[in-house]
Design a protein around this ligand. Structure first.
Ligand SMILES: C[S@@+](CC[C@H](N)C(=O)[O-])C[C@H]1O[C@@H](n2cnc3c(N)ncnc32)[C@H](O)[C@@H]1O
Length: 269
């Protein structure tokens, strides 16, 4: 059986037994190979905007299932259970064609563009599993504004990064008009950046996740303070200090939750 990275395994574990999946931006195709090989998914669509990654996925399919697992057309494998499709975002997948859509390893803003390309199409699937490489707070804002509910959040370490994985369900609300991302998203409570769901689930990486953000902000304060400390620099330090205060409050709540002094809901209410 193929061994997934911890990140891809957390994504795989969000998929229920028997669910069909479209993996958009599949690249190496390792997630679809695991989902089919483990018997969790009877059918997986491997979508990618570039042919190169699909060729890579085919090589991995041949390694795991043998060269004769690929059909003569080269776009199907394992009797059609693995279905390779070239195209942008959800375009190569019909509405509701699979139960679940996975989009992992891309920027959060690109994900909003993929989902916003055709909102009704994006909402035709039962669940979406999203793992943005960056811009996760912007993605959360966009999802909540455009009629998606975030039902679960997970953190997982990959190399030196803590990755965020969101499970998302479309609301029944219809309408095709997309509410676009604004230039700036005020997030005074930091709830878009550090999901309250991580407190509820007592995610084991929550404290480290917040500490990483604190370290980055402290570096900003130290770096800018080395400059003039006047004018623009002064404003940047003031903004960083304000953000640090909010982050320390988040950290205190997280540590209390992890020490079981309070529930996640109380700490975040
Ligand atoms: C960094 S890889 C991520 C691979 C895999 N999903 C993972 O998480 O390990 C990103 C992949 O997304 C593909 N991609 C980028 N933009 C895309 C789009 N608009 N539609 C479909 N695939 C896209 C790229 O070609 C690349 O193969």
């Amino acid at each position: 059986m193929i061994k997934l990275s911890d990140r891809l395994q957390v994504i795989a574990d969000e998929i229920k037994q028997g669910e069909t999946v479209a993996d958009i931006g599949t690249d190496h195709g390792l997630l679809p190979i695991f989902l089919y090989e483990s018997g969790r998914s009877p059918r997986v669509i491997l979508g990618d905007i570039n042919q190169g990654p699909l060729e890579k996925a085919k090589e991995n399919i041949a390694i795991h299932f043998g060269a004769d697992a690929l059909d003569s057309d080269g776009n199907h494998a394992c009797g059609g259970a693995l279905d390779l499709r070239l195209g942008s975002g959800l375009e190569p997948v019909a509405s509701g064609e699979t139960d679940v859509v996975v989009i992992a390893g891309m920027g959060g803003i690109l994900m909003t563009e993929i989902l916003g390309h055709d909102l009704n199409h994006a909402k035709s699937f039962r669940r979406l599993i999203l793992q943005p490489r960056n811009g996760s707070h912007k993605l959360r804002w966009w999802l909540l504004q455009n009629g998606f509910q975030i039902t679960a959040e997970h953190l997982v370490v990959e190399r030196k990064y803590i990755c965020e994985i969101m499970t998302v369900e479309p609301e029944k609300r219809t309408g095709t008009d997309v509410i676009p991302l604004p230039e700036d998203i005020p997030d005074e409570t930091l709830d878009l950046e550090i999901s309250p769901l991580l407190y509820e689930s007592k995610d084991p990486l929550l404290v480290s996740f917040i500490k990483n953000k604190i370290r980055i902000e402290e570096n900003v304060v130290g770096f800018v303070a080395e400059g003039t400390g006047e004018g623009e620099g002064h404003e940047r330090i003031a903004a960083a200090r304000k953000r640090l205060a909010a982050l320390y409050a988040k950290l205190e709540n997280a540590e209390a939750v992890m020490n079981d002094k309070t529930t996640g809901e109380e700490a975040e209410s």
